[in-house]
Design a binder for this molecule. Structure first.
Ligand code: ZN
Length: 191
C-alpha cells in the first residue's frame, strides 16, 4: 500500500510541475480543468478542450481526413485500444488474485501503469497525423500546407509539446508544421 501512495503523490507533484510549466510558457490560465488534471483517476476522464474556434475546412484539411480513411487509421487505433483494455483486464485480475489487492488498489495501480502507455499511444496517434499531413502535402504543395496549418494554429488552444504528449491524441499545429515543412512557424504563439 505504501509504494502505491508514494507513487500517487509523485504523480500529483509531477502533474503540478507540468501545469505550472504550461501556465508559464503559454501565459494561459488553466481554470478548473487544470486542477482536475492533477487528481489521480479524475485526470483520466477530464476533457481537454482543443480549439478556441472551429477550424475552417480547407483543401488541405479535407485531404488530411481522406488520408486517415485511405490508411485505415481509425481501425488501427481501435485495435490498439482493444488490446490495451484486454491487457488492463488481465492486469486487474492478476493484481486482485495473485497479489491480493483490493479493487480500488488494482484500479489505482492500473491508472499508474497506464500513464506511460497512454503517452506511447499518443505518440502513435501523432505519427498517424504526420502521415496524413504528408499525404495531403503530396497532393497539394508547401504553400497550401503552410497556409492551412497556420489557420489551424490560429484556431487551436496553444499547448507545449510535452503537455500535448501527456494529454492529447493530436500534435499541435506548430509541431505538424515543423514536421512536414521542416521549419518553424513564424507566429507569436508558442512552440
Ligand atoms: Zn488527423
Amino acid at each position: 500500500m505504501l509504494p502505491l501512495i508514494l507513487l500517487l503523490c509523485l504523480e500529483i507533484v509531477l502533474r503540478i510541475v507540468l501545469e505550472v510549466r504550461e501556465r508559464r510558457l503559454t501565459q494561459l490560465r488553466g481554470g478548473v480543468f487544470a486542477v482536475l488534471r492533477v487528481i489521480p483517476l479524475v485526470n483520466d476522464i477530464v476533457p481537454l478542450p482543443e480549439n478556441r474556434k472551429e477550424a475552417p475546412e480547407s483543401k488541405f484539411v479535407k485531404l488530411h481526413e481522406e488520408g486517415h480513411k485511405v490508411l485505415h487509421h481509425s481501425i488501427l487505433r481501435n485495435l490498439m485500444k482493444v488490446a490495451f483494455w484486454m491487457v488492463a483486464v488481465w492486469f486487474m485480475a492478476a493484481m486482485m488474485v495473485r497479489w491480493n489487492a483490493s479493487f480500488i488498489e488494482a484500479v489505482l495501480w492500473l491508472h499508474l501503469a497506464a500513464i506511460p502507455f497512454r503517452m506511447l499511444f499518443h505518440f502513435y496517434c501523432w505519427s498517424q497525423e504526420y502521415e496524413c499531413d504528408r499525404y495531403a502535402l503530396e497532393k497539394t504543395d508547401k504553400k497550401v500546407a503552410k497556409a492551412a496549418l497556420r489557420e489551424l494554429a490560429a484556431c487551436e488552444i496553444p499547448y507545449t509539446a510535452l503537455f500535448a504528449l501527456v494529454y492529447r491524441e493530436h500534435p499541435t499545429a506548430m509541431l505538424r508544421s515543423e514536421k512536414i515543412l521542416k521549419k518553424k512557424m513564424v507566429t507569436t504563439a508558442l512552440r
